[in-house]
Design a protein around this ligand. Structure first.
Ligand code: AMP
Ligand code: ZN
Length: 113
């Protein structure tokens, strides 16, 4: 599923550039363009889901894939097993891109929630 004018859909379809660090059938992991920690990645489902509130029962595969990708990214970060996962849902929670994504933050300066 692809939404016009969605930056993350464009990255998934390779119509916009991004630094891709991992990918599988359900999710893509990219470097955040404006990092807030030494390691700041975004885990993005390959389906245009707006936010957690919009998840459908059939989207469970994407929800699970986000956490499994976080585990995989954590294992890739040798010596940096600790990580913080953040999902902003809605304008009031600071969401700027309305395609569900999970921030993966790691390194010595992990931001506080
Ligand atoms: P949020 O506030 O949770 O919607 O976060 C959106 C995040 O996407 C921010 O941390 C941005 O820096 C990041 N971002 C926006 N556009 C891009 C892009 N083209 N490539 C990588 N990260 C992006
Ligand atoms: Zn999208």
């Amino acid at each position: 599923m692809n939404e016009k004018n969605c930056i993350f859909c464009k990255i998934i379809s390779r119509t916009s550039p991004a630094t891709i660090v991992a990918e599988n059938e359900h999710v893509i992991a990219i470097k955040d363009i404006s990092p807030k920690a030494p390691v700041h990645l975004l885990i993005i489902p390959k389906k245009h889901i707006v936010d957690v509130q919009s998840l459908l029962p059939e989207d469970n595969v994407y929800a699970a894939a986000i956490l499994q990708m976080a585990r995989q990214l954590s294992a890739m970060e040798t010596g940096r097993r600790d990580c913080k996962l953040i999902i902003n849902n809605g304008v009031g929670a600071g969401q700027l891109v309305f395609h569900l994504h999970c921030h993966f933050l790691s390194g010595k300066k992990i931001v506080e929630v």
